[in-house]
Write a protein of this length. Structure first.
Lengths: 259, 384
């Protein structure tokens, strides 16, 4: 079972994140960049499948040089090798363009399964699995909270608000996973030491047979025109208890559709 | 050349241990601490991370890292909790290191893989009720009788000696008289559960409450002659050399505690309001925190310096003592100020700084008291 896991490096969702006012793209240079948290679950799931069934886990990343940190983390968790697509022309690409790059890279790889996180915490579009499924003609099993691989079939429980759907598809397929699926392992020190010896191949757009003009900010299918910070937190609601405090509290929660 | 940047691997280790400490240790350690309980499961998880095997070669199940890697990991653990940091420190530098450095090939093959994996914990028993600083005053004896050491005596304050994971204690004992006079002290491995070896109950301690510290007693306890570690009569000298590097580790642990005090104080100073504004707006608080950071970062340089000399194979005894002395005092100072920044809440166990305050003091005592460090530094300077 050869699995490719798509891994993106993103600004840490735990610290303040900014857009670059020069071109309205995500300000990555100054940010504390980490592996997209949701991808760690996909890596964990891929490693679990590999440990049970054999095969190899390959990490595929499209991103600047600094994305090697994210790749290294995935390799220290136990992935076997990585492909890193780096090309200055890719900067500012929209999801549609990025999916063309990923699809081209996948076109040069052998796999039974492609896995990724259900969303990247920077743009939160959650469209990549669908775009790739379309481009590669693969079945898409998105938003999994459970994955079972049996023979040539992938079965997943697709998480929904009210429960789950049971879906299955023949391999090769593309599966995206939520953070409910497992508990990602911490890289062990042996894993960290082993990671530096694992192969990381870099590919340019030319290597993938793509034209630089087809990607990047200038020809993106969508553009961020303007942005504003989140408005400061409001005052909040004070409930004065005149014997009916509990009721008022519940009414408020119900009004906000929290309960 | 002057370069204290961490290698990519050490930096990844640091980040991993930091995340582990924040996500796994921080949420549960307070309760273990309150209950005076050793968190076996957390220790197992630290074993899976490879923390107990960090400085040992892969052929014995280690991670193939350096002693400095161990120090960096200890710093990040202690930044969140000292009980877990000392459990790793004692397991590695007191439990496994004597066997690695001085043990026979058979002893290494027998013990190191499980110790490195954190599946087994080792302890080292040097201190006796009658004296710790004066380690040569050992009263425990071991006499050779039909191919066995027969051990009698007791040991005090022995870390990791009675956990569910503990499988051995290496003890120092008087094995005779030296030809030139004085006691001949040797080190001997005593597997847990050996008849005649009993482990007392946990001490009720001021700090390090989630770590395991016990009194041990030996009553005609017999172990095979080949359990001797290193040469007969070299136990004392060997132990002193182990303590030298252990001081760098204790220094790293102290720096972690000192830095944890800074972390918690920055957070609290921004959240806590008094007189209509966050207390961090007051210069009195700002200066306390600035001074805490100065102490933590200079103490870090002190242990980096000692580790650097050690890794280069240069004599490092003075630097190790300087680092241990300075950083343990820094930890104590920072704990005092961090508690101050927290006001009444700093005196409550539910706040990490309450634990830091209680955990700091032992750093000035264990593995060589501050006075012993000053003695060693002065001696090294040729004073007196
Ligand atoms: C929680 C904990 C864990 C421990 N873990 C271990 C362990 O795993 N293994 C182990 O072997 N030991 C362990 N110890 C023991 C520890 O190393 C000793 O407590 C320490 O070395 C001090 O020895 P002591 O307690 O006998 O104090 P003493 O030696 O009695 O010292 C008392 C005071 O006298 C001072 N003093 C002594 N001699 C001189 C001198 N010549 N000049 C000036 N001042 C002097 C000391 O600095 C100190 O202030 C542990 C202790 C604790 C509390
Ligand atoms: C065990 C215990 C028993 C107690 N018993 C009683 C009791 O019986 N009755 C009672 O009423 N209270 C009691 N207290 C409360 C105690 O008096 C308060 O904890 C103390 O006054 C500090 O207030 P605080 O904890 O709110 O700290 P804060 O006021 O929040 O102070 C936090 C830090 O900010 C500093 N700070 C605040 N304002 C300024 C400023 N303007 N400039 C510079 N620094 C500033 C403080 O000095 C402190 O370092 C008790 C507390 C404890 C821990």
């Amino acid at each position: 079972m050869n699995i490719v896991v798509l891994v993106k490096q993103v600004p840490d969702s735990g610290s303040e994140r900014k857009l670059d006012p020069a071109d309205n793209t995500v300000a990555r240079a100054a940010a504390d960049n980490v592996i997209n948290e949701m991808d760690e679950y996909a890596i964990e799931e891929a490693l679990t499948i590999k440990e049970a069934q054999g095969g190899e886990v390959t990490v595929l990343t499209v991103g600047p040089d600094s994305a090697t940190d994210a790749i290294r983390k995935a390799l220290s968790m136990g992935a076997d090798k990585a492909v890193h697509v780096v090309d200055d022309a890719i900067h500012g690409s929209c999801a549609v363009q990025t999916s063309a790059v990923i699809a081209a890279a996948l076109g040069q790889m052998e796999y039974d399964l492609v896995m990724c996180g259900a969303e990247a915490t920077d743009a939160q579009l959650s469209v990549m699995p669908a775009l790739l499924a379309e481009r590669l003609g693969l079945p898409q099993l998105s938003g999994a909270r459970k994955v079972t691989i049996e023979g040539g079939t992938a079965k997943v429980e697709r998480q929904t608000d009210g429960g789950f759907w049971a879906l299955e598809a023949p391999l090769p397929a593309i599966i995206s996973t939520w953070d409910t699926i497992n508990e990602p392992r911490y890289p062990s020190f042996k894993g960290i030491m082993a990671a530096k010896k694992k192969p990381v191949e870099t590919r340019s757009l030319a290597d993938l047979g793509l034209d630089a003009g087809s990607v990047g900010l200038a020809s993106a299918t969508s553009k961020v025109l303007d942005f504003a910070g989140r408005p400061p937190k409001g005052e909040g609601v004070k409930v004065t208890d005149e014997g009916d405090g509990a009721q008022k509290f519940v009414d408020y929660l119900a009004g906000q559709k929290i309960v | 050349m002057l370069d204290y940047r961490l290698s990519d691997e050490t930096e990844s280790l640091r980040t991993t241990v930091r995340e582990f400490a924040q996500e796994v240790i921080a949420p549960q350690i307070g309760e273990f601490y309150e209950r005076d309980e050793f968190p076996t499961e957390i220790v197992r998880q630290m074993g899976e991370l490879g923390l107990f095997g960090l400085p040992f070669p892969e052929e014995y199940g280690g991670g193939g890292g350096t002693y400095f890697d161990l120090c960096v990991a200890l710093e990040e653990l202690a930044r969140v909790d000292s009980s877990m940091a000392i459990t790793v420190e004692a397991g590695v530098s007191l439990g496994a290191m004597p066997i690695f450095r001085f043990g026979t090939e058979e002893q290494k093959r027998e013990w190191l893989p499980r110790l490195c994996a954190g599946e087994a914990l080792g302890a080292f028993g040097l201190t006796e009720a009658g004296g710790g600083s004066d380690a040569g005053s050992t009263r425990t004896t071991a006499r050779l009788e039909d191919g066995h050491w027969v051990i009698n005596g007791s040991k005090a304050f022995i870390t990791n000696s009675g956990t569910d994971l503990t499988e051995l204690v290496t003890v120092t004992a008087v094995t005779g008289d030296k030809p030139q006079g004085g006691k001949e002290i040797s080190a001997i491995i005593v597997p847990s559960g050996t008849p005649g070896f009993s482990v007392g109950k946990r001490y009720s301690k001021v700090g390090w409450n989630a770590s395991d510290t016990r009194e041990l007693s030996f009553d005609d306890c017999r172990v095979p002659e080949e359990n001797l570690v290193g040469q007969r009569g070299r136990g004392f000298a060997q132990f002193l050399s182990i303590l030298d590097e252990g001081r760098i580790a204790i220094s790293a642990l102290s720096v972690g505690l000192a830095q944890g005090c800074v972390d918690e104080s920055i957070k609290y100073a921004a959240e806590r309001e008094a007189f209509g504004q966050p207390i961090g707006r007051n210069q009195a608080i700002q200066f306390m925190i600035a001074d805490m950071e100065v102490r933590a970062s200079t103490a870090r340089l002190a242990y980096y310096r000692a580790a650097e000399k050690m890794l280069r194979g240069e004599p490092f005894r003075r630097e190790a003592s300087i680092a241990k002395l300075y950083s343990s005092e820094v930890a104590m100072d920072n704990a005092r100020y961090a508690t101050q920044v927290h006001g009444g809440y700093g005196f409550m166990n539910e706040f990490p700084v309450g634990r830091f305050y209680r955990d700091a003091k032992i750093l000035e005592i264990g593995e060589g008291t501050s006075e012993v460090q000053r003695m060693l530094i002065a001696r090294d300077l040729g004073v007196g």
